[in-house]
Design a protein around this ligand. Structure first.
Ligand SMILES: C[S@@+](CC[C@H](N)C(=O)[O-])C[C@H]1O[C@@H](n2cnc3c(N)ncnc32)[C@H](O)[C@@H]1O
Length: 284
């Protein structure tokens, strides 16, 4: 995920909403990766471009192995799976397991089903028509209406790559309560995010390392939720560590270690990831 954050600014590819993507000329270019031809316009909806898709896909798998462990027999749920950047490399690892990807962009899920699920029947994908000005403005439900469609206590790993970075507290809380419900006793949750402290903010504002000018100047309600751009509130959302700790414990989960330190702000000398991250398990 490191390269995802540090592309040259001139190559910036803004996230397009579904409505915008329908309006724009459908891209006829494809990226060939692991036997799939992935449309560029769906790759662009993940927030980065085709030039970094493969290296980020391989990087995501390496990070998952390193930080939460992935075994061939695991049951994995990925929330905000997009066009399969993690699902594709996971398909050659989860040879005896299962994978369920969830997203609110219907076109990405349709592609995932027609391609990844078609080739790997133990991989399934579900679209939820959640209204979101950035990703699905015509949606008709809210995140809080979602029940992850798996049995209680049946999942080994739940993954959120760059999803908390677009969600508000009530939505993260809902998903984490769902994680508590679906996780096996030894299950783990990985969620990348932006962890905001005064020191991190100062570094981010002076280094300006990313293509998104991440300075998080807005904390609208003093709840520890920081919004980068009030004109596009979901474009980038960060949280104070105290807020994240409150949200995690409120959902009946606990962190297995301190926050994973990301590279995005330039604050940490030895960053462990691109964004920051949280690793969680069920609280006893
Ligand atoms: C920055 S993209 C990352 C996509 C994917 N995780 C990856 O790494 O390629 C964020 C994704 O989260 C999805 N998303 C946003 N809000 C969501 C929600 N409430 N529930 C599920 N997915 C959501 C978006 O549709 C989008 O696919």
């Amino acid at each position: 995920m490191l390269e995802n954050l540090f592309k040259p600014k001139v190559r910036s590819v803004p996230i397009k909403s579904t409505a915008e993507s329908e309006d724009m000329e459908k891209c006829t270019e494809f990226l060939s990766y692991a036997g799939f031809d992935i449309p560029h316009h769906l790759i662009n909806l993940t927030g980065s471009g085709a030039d970094t898709f493969i290296v980020n896909a391989e990087g995501q798998l390496a990070e998952l192995r390193d930080k939460i462990g992935i075994e061939p027999h695991y049951s994995v749920v990925e929330v905000g799976c997009g066009v399969g950047r993690s699902a594709i490399p996971l398909a050659s690892v989860l040879t005896h397991g299962t994978y369920l990807g969830i997203d609110i962009i219907e076109e990405s899920i349709v592609w995932d089903l027609a391609n990844i699920a078609e080739k790997y029947p133990n991989f399934q994908f579900v679209h939820f028509d959640v209204k979101d000005d950035l990703h699905n403005p015509a949606g008709r439900m809210s995140t809080m209406d979602i029940t992850i469609p798996v049995e209680d206590c049946s999942v080994d790993r739940v993954i959120f790559w760059s999803v908390f970075t677009h969600l508000f507290e009530v939505e993260i809380s809902h998903y984490l309560r769902e994680c508590r419900r679906v996780l096996k006793p030894n299950g783990r949750v990985w969620a990348s995010c932006f962890v905001i402290t005064p020191e991190v903010l100062a570094a981010a504002r002076s280094t300006d390392l990313t293509q998104w000018a991440l300075s998080f100047p807005n904390e609208p309600d003093a709840s520890g939720c920081y919004i980068n751009n009030l004109d596009v509130p979901r474009g980038a959302v960060g949280y104070a560590p105290e807020a994240l700790t409150r949200i995690v414990s409120g959902a009946g989960l606990t962190m297995t270690r301190d926050f994973v330190k990301g590279m995005w702000s330039g604050y940490y000398n030895e960053p462990e990831s691109g964004q920051d991250g949280i690793i969680m398990r069920k609280a006893k």
